[in-house]
Design a protein around this ligand. Structure first.
Ligand SMILES: NC(=O)c1ccc[n+]([C@@H]2O[C@H](COP(=O)([O-])OP(=O)(O)OC[C@H]3O[C@@H](n4cnc5c(N)ncnc54)[C@H](OP(=O)(O)O)[C@@H]3O)[C@@H](O)[C@H]2O)c1
Length: 208
C-alpha cells in the first residue's frame, strides 16, 4: 500500500519503519520537510520524505501521527483528502498525560472526520505504545489493534495494513465507538506510565 505518515516523532518513526520493512510504500510528511527526508533516509526500504501535502497526495492511506492539538493545522496543510483513508491514532490527552481533553459525546476521530469530510477516517493504533511497533519488540505476542470507521472498505484496508505488520485487527464498529476506544488508550497510558507496568502493555478483548 502507498502510506503517508504525517509526523516524525515516536509513532511516526515506529510505523514508518515497520511498514517500510513490510514492503509498503512509505512517504513521510512533516511541517519540516528536511526532518521527514532525514527519517526516510534512515529507514531505507525506498521510504521517501518531504512536506505534508506532497506526502498526502502520493498516498492512498494517510496516518496522522501527531498530537491531537496539531491535527487541524496538519489537515489544512495536507490539501485535498478526497477519497483518502485517513487514519487517526491520536489519544486526545492533557499535557500531563493523565486525562482526556474531549470525550463522552465526541472523540478525536469524529472531530477529525468533521475537519476532513471528504476523507474516510479510521481509528486505529491508539492503544499501541510506540515501543511495541517494531515486530521484534512484541516478542512473538500478537497484539490487538481496535479498528473503527463508518466506511467498511476503509476499515478493511486499515485492518489489512495492521495485519501486515503482525497485529490482530479487531473490528470495533462505527467511528463513534472511538468515544470508548480513546479512554482505553488513556487507561493504557495510566498502566504504562503511572501504574508501573511500563510501555510494554497493550489492551486485549478476550473471548471465552
Ligand atoms: N507515543 C506513543 O506510544 C503513542 C501511542 C499511541 C498513540 N499515540 C498518539 O500518536 C500521536 C503522536 O504521538 P508521538 O508520541 O509520536 O508524538 P511525538 O513523538 O511528540 O511526535 C509528534 C510529531 O507531531 C508533529 N507535529 C506536532 N504538531 C504538528 C502540527 N501542528 N502539524 C504537523 N506536525 C505536527 C511533530 O513535528 P515537529 O517535530 O515538527 O514538532 C512530531 O513529528 C499522538 O496523538 C499520540 O496521542 C502515541
Amino acid at each position: 500500500m502507498k502510506v503517508a505518515i504525517i509526523g516524525t516523532g515516536n509513532m511516526a518513526s515506529g510505523l514508518a519503519n515497520t511498514l517500510a520493512g513490510a514492503q509498503h510504500e512509505v512517504i513521510i510528511g512533516s511541517r519540516d520537510p528536511a526532518k521527514a527526508a532525514a527519517l526516510a533516509e534512515k529507514i531505507g526500504h525506498g521510504a521517501q520524505g518531504g512536506g505534508i501535502e506532497a506526502a498526502t497526495q502520493l498516498a492512498d492511506v494517510v496516518i496522522l501521527a501527531i498530537p491531537y492539538g496539531g491535527v487541524a493545522e496538519a489537515i489544512k496543510a495536507a490539501g485535498s483528502l478526497s477519497g483518502k483513508v485517513l487514519v487517526d491514532i491520536t489519544n486526545p490527552i492533557s499535557a500531563d498525560y493523565k486525562s482526556l481533553v474531549i470525550g463522552h459525546t465526541t472523540s478525536s476521530a469524529e472531530e477529525i472526520q468533521a475537519l476532513a469530510p471528504t476523507a474516510s477516517v479510521v481509528k486505529a493504533f491508539n492503544t499501541i505504545f510506540a515501543q511495541l511497533l517494531p515486530t521484534e519488540a512484541r516478542q512473538g505476542k500478537t497484539l490487538q489493534v481496535f479498528v473503527a470507521s463508518d466506511d467498511a472498505a476503509a476499515k478493511a484496508q486499515v485492518s489489512v495494513l495492521a495485519q501486515s505488520i503482525g497485529f490482530d485487527a479487531v473490528d470495533a464498529g462505527p467511528l463513534s465507538n472511538s468515544r470508548f476506544i480513546e479512554p482505553i488508550g488513556e487507561m493504557n497510558i495510566h498502566f504504562g506510565y503511572f501504574l508501573g507496568k511500563g510501555t510494554v502493555v497493550a489492551p486485549a478483548w478476550v473471548q471465552v
